[in-house]
Design a protein around this ligand. Sequence first.
Ligand SMILES: Cc1cc2nc3c(=O)[nH]c(=O)nc-3n(C[C@H](O)[C@H](O)[C@H](O)COP(=O)(O)O)c2cc1C
Length: 363
Amino acid sequence: MTAEQHISEFQELARLALPKMYYDFYTGGAEDQHTFEENVKAFRNIIIRPRILMDIRRIDMSTTIMGYSTSSPIMVAPTAMHKLAHREGEIATARASATSNVIMVLSFNSTCTVEEVASSCNAVRFFQIYVYKKRDISALMVQRAERNGYKAIILTVDTPRLGRREADIKNKMISPQLKNFEGLISTEVVSDKGSNIEALAYKILDDSLCWKDIGWLKSITNLPILVKGILTQEDALRALEVGVSGIIVSNHGARQLDYTPATITVLEEVVVAVQGKIPVLFDGGVRRGSDIFKALALGAQAVMIGRPVIYGLAAEGENGVRQVIDTLKDELEQTMALSGCCTVKDISRSHVRTEQDRLHCRL
Ligand SMILES: Cc1cc2nc3c(=O)[nH]c(=O)nc-3n(C[C@H](O)[C@H](O)[C@H](O)COP(=O)(O)O)c2cc1C
């Protein structure tokens, strides 16, 4: 494959490479998949306002995220169970992230351990966590991440229980034993009602988690804590109040509550509420470099990529992940050049027009 390939072509390669059960698991959203479709479609309603005659000979996409320099405002989102996509699993993803100099967020539900990923390459890594009913297991994982050089903890807050993913239920999707928890907790659950992932989540996720628990998390780690899964200004303000170090606007790739808004349509609401006090990151539906440009124009410091990374991994392992990241970088570079933005700092609110802008104009 060459870097000119579009993300949808990697998706097709993944579809050909994977058993249907796994492809459906990686691709799908919740229930009617309304939000799933909207996440991608909503980008199309945002128009770019290019500036001309800007001397674009040198385009610099590099940026700093949570104090770490990276090649571009692109991060690898935490996604579960990479070994179902490729035998090298998260190690391949981490190595590609290192080569591309982008930050990788390792999922709590990985199929390689925190330690294996840490020792595989020198990528800057953050660690995503869920809080289990057995809190000492989550606490232990945070400590293992800290000991192994992960630079931030990303607490996913939109998953007190698992969203209803109907394809997984129909396919009777089975989770493998999750590597990080070997010897600690069995992640093999027998369920006669469809997806055993749903049954597993029900058994182990702490659905009593609430805002005061951020205090608990802070008390067990020195790493910065970001919350992933904020969709409203109200929750953004609460996150500021409890003192998190960053917010990720995300609807979990539309895999949790269906009929939540497409993330790109609520990014600005959160950015305005936060007033630049902490970084706002973004994910959901990014499939083009121009999507990244739009998210930055609306105030995101960086975007995270979920499914496209898995498509690259399934298609060609480490090489495929690198190509997916390169494709998005190439497209972002092109969008910046043709919009007259030489650095990511040059990308401003005035470079896009949203649907809301158009509605306001008509009033
Ligand atoms: C197959 C799959 C597994 C995921 N696993 C996790 C996870 O373990 N933890 C988490 O916080 N988010 C998880 N997510 C959500 C992603 O981090 C991210 O929010 C989402 O994929 C972004 O949307 P996109 O796939 O359209 O890029 C997962 C998403 C997918 C598609």
